[in-house]
Design a protein around this ligand. Structure first.
Ligand SMILES: [Zn+2]
Length: 98
């Protein structure tokens, strides 16, 4: 009986997850210039870029080496506005095609 209810709970969770995420798109931190597998869910690219940026800042404040490295790579990119723009457009396309 106990196992059944656990199974039911898992099913419910999966159902909740898929139904809430249906309208939203998912991208990982690492796919957005970050360093980990944290997933972000949003309806627009601007929104997901904002979430990933906020998360990246938090990780850098926490002293996470992977994110600090990822951020310095992004900073290099930002020195060349054209490259930054291309990167951004490429990610936007990736998001739109999801
Ligand atoms: Zn991350």
């Amino acid at each position: 009986m106990k196992e059944n209810s656990h199974e039911q709970k898992v099913y419910q969770n999966v159902f909740l997850r898929t139904s809430t995420l249906k309208a939203m798109k998912t991208m990982k931190c690492s796919e957005l210039g970050g360093a980990c597998d944290m997933e972000f869910h949003a309806n627009s690219f601007e929104e997901i870029a904002g979430m990933s940026k906020k998360h990246g800042m938090e990780m850098i404040h926490a002293g996470d080496a992977g994110h600090i490295k990822a951020m310095s790579k992004m900073s290099e990119l930002m020195k060349t506005p054209q490259l930054m723009k291309e990167w951004f457009e490429e990610k936007r396309k990736e998001f739109d095609s999801l």
